[in-house]
Ligand binder design. Structure first.
Ligand code: ATP
Length: 458
């Protein structure tokens, strides 16, 4: 009897799984950790890499109208004046007069410290950008900032990309990279951290086509999450009210995900109009106009910006994939990750450590590693090993048993249904490829057979 837990996962379960299995650790943990900074372990780094690759493939590789960029984290300080970050990238901060803890005052219901109830000071504005210095002398003239978003690196390269690629409107530039914010309110694991990664698109369009492209990107980005397995009922679009609209935005929607702590922003999609290019043109004195060959007109393009967070996506994919099933009195934890995202695609499990079996299993392992991240595990019972792979989201396991030595076949076991098929070892690679691309397990290669039907296909 199998039951799937319908209640939403709580954050402690995700944090504990990530810690236990090497997805995510607190940063510099041996020194007690650094608040709101996280390290991705061997499985976490694979998951995160797969998310970034899936995004890059969808927004660049498979499109004619997009190119990539990798701008530096440190930028000319004038960038942040032009963008409005020096003046406007601030949160109101109040300090408790008794315990001296600091709070974001726009998060609080009254003027009392949430920790000790003490009275708070008048709020002062606190800039979220991290400051540092270029060169040996720490003086005001040498101040630079760690970028708080990757977007500005794209705006300042707009003309470079137009000149070198000869891209014509509408087209976009996409970038993945680190961003830093000295957030006051942190917490909720990797949802809000001080160092994080963004995946940003700046899509340049003719001004009169902005609404059309804005709607296009809303749909496109929502579908990206759904195609990679996020349940539709856990995603929603939320329009920004006039009051919360950023200074540069004409219109903005958040793609929200139903995280364990409630609905929260996964990605923001904004119509930035011509704000950024106008600002940088006037601040740098360089023309950032575009010449339209059809209409023979010069103008500043409008920009549609879908801006996603790699870490928040990682958290959403983990939460959405987490399931607990009751199997004959035991709990089976599984990460129902899309095969494209799964850190390990296939695990090779010899039934025992006997030399002859190990030789066959190691040969399969060596062959498959050229193509995918493959695991190899020969410790403990086969049942336990399957559970270990389920818990990290490995879609397929291969078992090599004594019969394999005679019939040169191995079994493939599916994570979600636990059904198994048996296929000739010579057909393994092709069969695995097809299954990872979504072919049903019971479509068999030549010489294959159904081995074990654990329960009805879901
Ligand atoms: P929030 O309102 O939650 O602070 P934001 O509206 O300031 O987010 P944006 O400036 O729109 O965020 O940044 C785009 C994306 O970058 C966000 O949707 C999110 O995925 C990611 N992001 C922003 N700040 C953080 C952070 N401190 N930690 C992790 N990811 C972040």
């Amino acid at each position: 009897m199998t039951e799937t837990s319908s209640t939403k996962v709580d954050m402690e379960k995700i944090v504990s799984l990530c810690r236990r299995r090497g997805f995510i650790f607190p940063s510099s943990e041996i020194y007690g950790g650094l608040s709101s900074c996280w390290d991705y372990g061997p499985l976490g780094v694979e998951l995160k890499r797969n998310i970034k690759e899936a995004w890059w493939r969808a927004v660049i590789q498979e499109r004619d109208d997009m190119v990539g960029l990798d701008a530096s984290i440190l930028m000319h300080p004038q960038t942040w004046e032009a963008s409005g970050h020096i003046e406007g990238f601030v949160d109101p901060l109040a300090e408790c007069k008794s315990c001296h803890l600091r709070w974001r005052s726009d998060d609080l219901e009254d003027n009392n410290c949430p920790s000790c109830g003490g009275e708070l000071t008048e709020p002062h504005l606190f800039n979220l950008m991290f400051k540092t210095f270029v060169g040996a002398i720490e003086e005001e003239a040498n101040v630079v900032y760690l970028r708080p978003e990757t977007a500005q690196g794209i705006f300042v390269n707009f003309q470079n990309v137009v000149n070198t690629t000869r891209k014509r409107l509408p087209f976009g530039i996409a970038q993945i990279g680190k961003a830093f914010r000295n957030e006051i309110t942190t917490g909720n694991f990797i949802f809000r951290s001080r160092e994080f990664e963004q995946m940003e698109i700046e899509f340049f369009v003719k001004p009169e086509t902005d609404k059309e492209w804005f709607n296009y990107w809303l749909e496109e980005r929502l579908n990206w999450y759904a195609k990679l397995g996020i349940k539709k009922e856990n995603l929603r679009l939320r329009q920004h009210t006039k009051e919360e609209l950023a200074h540069y935005a004409r219109e903005c929607y958040d793609i929200d995900y139903l995280f364990p702590m409630g609905w929260a922003e996964l990605e923001g999609i904004a119509n930035r109009g011509d704000f950024d290019l106008v600002q940088h043109a006037s601040s740098s004195g360089k023309s950032l106009e575009y010449f339209d060959e059809e209409s023979k007109e010069h103008f500043i393009p409008y920009i549609i910006e879908p801006s996603a967070g790699v870490d928040r996506s990682t958290l959403a994919f983990l939460c959405d994939a987490y399931e607990e099933e009751q199997e004959e009195g035991e709990t089976r934890v599984l990460l129902h990750l899309h095969p494209v995202l799964a850190p390990i695609k296939v695990a090779v499990l010899p039934l025992s450590r006997r030399e002859k079996l190990v030789a066959v299993a190691k040969q399969i392992y060596a062959d498959l590693r050229h193509q995918w991240m493959v695991g190899y595990d020969d410790a403990q019972s086969i049942g336990r090993r399957y559970r270990r792979q389920d818990e990290i989201g490995t879609p397929l396991c291969i078992t090599v048993d004594f019969q394999s030595l005679d019939d040169e076949q191995a079994t493939i076991r599916d994570r979600d249904t636990m059904n198994q098929i048996r296929v000739p070892i010579s057909e393994l690679k092709k069969t695995l490829q097809a299954k990872l691309e979504g072919e049903p397990l019971f479509v068999l290669p030549p010489g294959g057979s159904i081995w074990k039907v654990e329960r009805e296909e879901r």
